[in-house]
Design a protein around this ligand. Structure first.
Ligand code: AMP
Length: 317
């Protein structure tokens, strides 16, 4: 089955596009890789295409996203493009990983912009399923990853990692990737996914790529557009605090509690910052450290207005 094939399983998204709701764009247009970008909504169609590609010996790369794409997502897509024959980007705002309904409702959505950016970065297929298709009535099965998910983001957002582990498992079984690409920006998430894949023998290579930042250091995030101008200005304390910790570590500081206290004080110096957590912890287990013997990861989360941001940095090689 060729990627250009158009058939009756054409997605609702694609149908909306052809009715002009997503602008006057031809979805069959040619990408930089010379193949048409397809938007697939149907789970069966996606699974069939993935199986077919595998049978033809093609490697499949998957970039899971919730849309509202930015350069961070694009860095994952470009690497995926370079390493795989077929590039699938999933676009699904996954309700089960949202702890608060208002956060889910105000999550930015921009399908038209996403499709344009995805195509330019070399995506072959956008897999954009509907919520009822992914979680039909009487849905009962969830994936839970144990103690890695209880601290930090897991403590602040109960159920979050259960939702993440569940959706990733479903995306892996539907899209059948050989490799899947994640950002270090969501450090704890990347550990959870690696654990999940190893424990359930899912056979997907997990590639984690560095955090892409704004010129002032703020980690790119789909939620950044929700920040007001003053919140945006003050939000840079998160990355600045992390860079200062890295500098202190390079200068020989190994007292994890002192580093955490300094990071906390710096973030609290921004009047609009509502600190959630600061952790200087073991990079594999995420247990908080007293002294840093080898490497450590610093994880931080804070609210600015109603927008909650996270960031992290590695201390050590
Ligand atoms: P999201 O759409 O926020 O669920 O993110 C999709 C993927 O993009 C996740 O693997 C994120 O870790 C990754 N990502 C988000 N922000 C960045 C960033 N600033 N730099 C690199 N990767 C990112």
């Amino acid at each position: 089955m060729s990627l250009e094939r158009r058939d009756s399983s054409v997605s609702g998204v694609e149908a909306r596009a052809s009715r002009g709701m997503l602008g006057n764009r031809k979805w069959g247009a040619v990408t930089s890789q010379g193949q048409g970008l397809r938007i697939i909504e149907s789970l069966m169609e996606m699974q069939r295409m993935a199986e077919d590609s595998r049978l033809r010996g093609k490697s499949i790369g998957l970039v899971p996203t919730m849309g509202a794409l930015h350069e961070g997502h694009l860095s994952l897509i470009r690497r995926c493009r370079a390493e795989n024959d077929l590039v699938i980007m999933s676009l699904f705002v996954n309700p089960t990983q949202f702890h608060r309904q208002d956060d889910l409702e105000k999550y930015p959505r921009d399908l038209e912009g996403d499709s344009r950016m995805a195509r330019a970065a070399g995506v072959d297929i956008i897999f954009a399923p509907t919520v009822p298709a992914m979680y039909p009535n009487r849905y009962l099965t969830y994936v839970s990853v144990g103690h890695l998910t209880t601290r930090w983001e897991g403590a602040s957002r109960p159920g979050h990692f259960r939702g993440v582990a569940t959706i990733c498992t479903k995306l892996f079984t539907i899209c059948r990737p050989h490799r899947a690409y994640f950002g270090q920006k969501d450090y704890q998430q990347s550990l959870v996914i690696r654990r999940l894949v190893a424990d359930l023998n899912l056979g997907v290579e997990i590639v984690v790529l560095p955090t892409v930042r704004e010129p002032d250091g703020l980690a790119l995030s789909s939620r950044n557009v929700l920040l007001g101008p003053e919140e945006r200005r003050q939000a840079r304390v998160l990355s600045q605090a992390l860079f200062q910790a890295q500098e202190a570590f390079r200068s020989g500081e190994r007292d994890a509690e002192l580093l955490a206290a300094n990071i906390e004080a710096y973030i609290r110096s921004a009047p609009l910052a509502v600190l959630d957590y600061v952790g200087v912890c073991d990079p594999e287990t995420l247990e908080p450290l007293h002294e840093i013997a080898g490497r450590a990861v610093v994880v931080v989360a804070a609210g600015f207005g109603s927008t909650r941001l996270i960031d992290n940095a590695i201390l050590g090689p």
